[in-house]
Ligand binder design. Structure first.
Ligand code: DLL
Length: 433
């Protein structure tokens, strides 16, 4: 069996718990001393870092929410001076402002190791040619997997996303043996391969490391069959680092969490109460080693379950189920996070539109499509077509800027969109699986 950091990945429970406690005490101290947000929060709850004497004491400490990151935009959550930050990434927030994530040199070293663990667990070795079809940029997926693959010593092709026919040509000619992408993009590649009258025998893939959005066994089966790979899942979120939080090994039965770097809890999302191991609830993560931006009890909003088993791969760190959904209304479209509040914010900027809209998530081939129906005002409705078209173009452009993906927008008649008595349900997900 291959490991990247065998000692850490196969630690006994006692060893891991001892290490976690030491690191937890240290991160609480660093957060308290260096981040005024945490100093204030702990003081308000009458807590000092010394109040964490055993692991379960963490449950006394307050949660951190995505909104806290937004309120401290851009650098307020950093625990080190900017001169020690060597990389910045970000992700979409619940409103217009993104959340910003910083890394020190050590953070980047750890990040490489943690993602490398997951890649090795998923079958990758230095002999592989790794084809990275995640977007490169502020999104953590591209760079996160890129540097880890180089760290392993594999040959890396930083293709980024898009232009699928070219991707397939590269796969054929450069002999890519590992595909790294979102599950929907892997399916799209499989479909394009078929359209080109090619099969898995015309390419050289062996493994696919897929993540950044939820996917199920049906998609796995199709990707494995059509691309001729073993496809494993990996999970992460930019706020706590990016990819590298957890990932499946080739036995594909749960994601091994890098719990020597992340202390995980499952809570009841309504009451905030910590649930026993094995129960389903919201995943809460405390970063144990991050220097630039330590996060204490970060509410991921992702629903999963934690458990320990005797995985045949020999790894002993705690596992999580594939995330089965979220507690908020964020949707993921081709790997990009979209919040309804971002759509509302754009609508606010136009007098010609009303706040009534519906979002439809569909599949076009294997890719996700975001369609938004927006109710026009009476004025625009009776205006000439040319004006309607102009406004439509402007709204589409604004949405693209704010969401990071281009939606298909349709203006509909005034009063034609359903009104809600209870909680509005503005998102209709018509993608199956
Ligand atoms: O998606 C980080 C990442 C990149 C993970 C590449 C894996 C591979 P964000 O853009 O901040 O970060 O989105 C984080 O995406 O809270 C989940 O809701 C969702 N998510 C990420 N991975 C998975 C997965 C990256 N394997 C949000 N299964 C998270 C289900 C996932 N959901």
């Amino acid at each position: 069996m291959n490991y990247w950091q065998k000692d850490e990945e196969t630690m006994s429970i006692d060893e891991i718990k001892q290490l976690q406690l030491e690191r937890l005490q240290s991160v609480l101290y660093r957060a308290y001393e260096n981040v005024s947000f945490y100093k204030k929060k702990f003081n308000e709850s009458n807590l000092s870092p010394d109040d964490c004497r055993k692991l379960s004491d963490i449950s006394k400490f307050p949660f951190t929410y995505k909104n806290d990151l937004r309120d401290n935009y851009p650098y307020g959550m950093f625990a080190v001076p900017l001169r020690d930050i060597v990389r910045i990434h970000s992700s979409s927030g619940t409103t217009g402002k993104p959340t910003v994530v910083g890394y020190t040199k050590n953070d980047l070293e750890n990040w490489k190791d943690l993602v490398a663990r997951i890649m090795v667990a998923g079958g990758v070795s230095k002999n592989d040619i790794v084809h990275i079809a995640f977007t490169y940029g502020l999104f953590t997926g591209g760079f996160g997997l890129h540097y880890a693959a180089e760290h392993i010593g594999a040959s890396v092709i930083p293709v980024s996303s898009g232009n699928t026919k070219r991707q397939i040509m590269i796969m054929q000619d450069y002999r890519s043996s590992v595909l790294v992408s979102t599950p929907s993009y892997a399916l799209h590649i499989a479909e394009t391969l078929e359209k080109l009258n090619l099969t898995k025998n015309d390419i050289h893939l062996k493994y696919a490391l897929l993540g950044s959005e939820p996917w199920g066994e049906k998609i796995r089966e199709e990707v494995e069959k059509k691309l001729g790979v073993i496809a494993t899942d990996n999970y992460g979120l930019s706020e706590v680092m990016g990819p590298g939080v957890s990932g499946e090994c080739i036995y594909k039965n749960g994601l091994h969490i890098n719990e020597d770097h992340f202390y995980v809890e499952i809570i009841d999302p309504e009451t905030g109460e910590v649930l026993p191991e094995g129960e389903k609830g919201e995943l809460v993560i405390t970063t144990l080693t991050r220097e630039a931006m330590p996060l204490i009890r970060y509410r991921t909003r992702d629903i999963t379950r934690l458990y320990r088993d005797n995985c045949p791969c020999g790894r002993r760190l705690i596992k999580m189920d594939k995330p089965s959904g979220r507690t908020d209304d964020m949707v993921i479209v081709n790997g990009v996070n979209v919040f309804p509040t971002q759509i509302e914010e754009v609508l606010k900027q136009f007098d010609e539109t009303t706040p009534h809209y519906m979002v439809f998530l569909k599949k076009k081939g294997k890719l996700d499509m975001l369609e938004i129906d927006i109710e026009m005002t009476e004025n625009l409705f009776f205006d000439e077509m040319k004006k309607q078209k102009e406004i439509l173009e402007m709204v589409t452009e604004r949405m693209f800027n704010v969401l990071g993906i281009k939606p298909k927008i349709k203006f509909v008649e005034p009063k034609s969109i359903e009104r809600f008595e209870g909680k509005a349900k503005r998102i209709v997900d018509l993608r199956d699986e």
